[in-house]
Design a protein around this ligand. Structure first.
Ligand code: AVI
Length: 321
């Protein structure tokens, strides 16, 4: 299976673009780094460990909702769908969905990493030999051509679990929903996991776990920048912090500088004062009306919402207007 891979020249230009973006983020009054730098191999393993933490409720809550309501979700989606998953997670949710659907025709996982895609597809192919695997290696925030399955499908269903939508700022989230609207195509639909607003304590504990895995995950970004972008961050010079901003309805993850220090990255040097922070991630939590409004801005109507008994997390079935 060919997932395609970047040429040497385009790898170089994406490195230059990333370095420029990192420099721009560290030049802001509130220093920022993109959460995309979390996910190297070690970061992806740490994220999987986060998903199993007792304090991190989203993964187990979403899986609980799926186990309870999958037959109903499959009825909304209907027979012979073509499933387009934006990003690839640990695979369990995908397996649950593919196993519950009525004769899924094809599965199109979309992710920037060809290796990650290949591993996922190899595993799924063994369990679902009748579903055509059609991976697409690309940045899913931009429109991309969806491959045609060899057998006729009834409709496209875009699947975006995990509340990764919450890691985009609201305007960018609407833009991404517009890409999904386009990829769902005429008659298509969206099944999306959306984390919901709740008390600050529960949220802050989920992102400041007692075993320190989220702290390691956050600090790993600096390790990655040292390895891949010729930076010299001293990992001992920073600590992890996550706070819930009740006004904007988002968790904000930060790396707090423990002292006045200077950091070199590429050919630039940045100064951090003691207690100054680098913001590494937002994780927005929505109310049901807020998400319905964002979906509407992208041309979707929310037709059905499934939640857990505490109303902490939701899976939402949306149709194109
Ligand atoms: C991937 N994303 C939905 C996670 C979240 O909850 O926002 C990333 C994460 N960051 C810290 N813990 C988990």
């Amino acid at each position: 299976m060919d997932t395609g891979s970047e040429s040497g020249a385009s790898q170089e230009s994406s490195y230059a673009r990333d370095l420029e973006e990192i420099h721009a983020g560290l030049s802001l009054a509130q220093k920022k780094l993109s959460p995309k730098y979390f996910y190297d191999e070690r970061g992806s393993q740490l994220f999987e460990a986060i998903c199993d933490l007792p304090e991190y409720y989203p993964t187990r809550t979403e899986i609980g909702i799926m186990r309870k309501y999958l037959p109903e979700m499959a009825r909304y989606i209907g027979p012979r769908p073509n499933v387009i998953e934006f990003g690839i997670g640990s695979g369990l949710k995908t397996k649950l969905l593919l196993g519950a659907l009525d004769q899924a025709v094809a599965f199109v996982p979309v992710d920037i990493s060809p290796e990650h895609l290949q591993n996922t597809v190899d595993e799924l192919e063994r369990d679902y030999p009748d579903i055509e695997m059609m991976p697409v290696a690309t940045d899913f925030t931009h429109p991309f051509p969806v491959p045609e399955p060899s057998a006729q499908s009834e409709r496209n269903v875009v699947y975006f679990p995990g509340s990764t939508i919450g890691n985009f700022e609201p305007d960018a989230a609407v833009e991404l929903l517009r890409v999904m609207h386009r990829e769902a195509d005429k008659g298509g639909c969206l099944l999306i996991g959306v984390d919901l607003q709740k008390d600050s304590n529960t949220l802050e504990q989920a992102y400041n776990d007692s075993s320190g895995i989220t702290a390691e995950f956050n600090l790993n970004m600096l390790r990655r920048l040292n390895a891949e972008f010729d930076a010299d961050f001293d990992l001992e010079g920073f600590r992890h912090d996550a706070v819930y901003n009740t006004v904007d309805g988002r968790i904000e993850m930060h790396l707090v500088s423990l002292r006045d220090q200077q950091v070199n990255i590429g050919n630039r040097r940045f100064t951090l004062n003691r207690d100054e922070t680098i913001c590494t991630e937002y994780s927005y939590k929505y109310t049901l009306p807020q998400f319905a409004d964002m979906a509407a801005q992208a041309g979707f109507t929310v037709k059905k919402v499934w939640t857990d008994s505490k109303g902490w997390f939701s899976l939402q079935y949306c149709e194109r207007d």
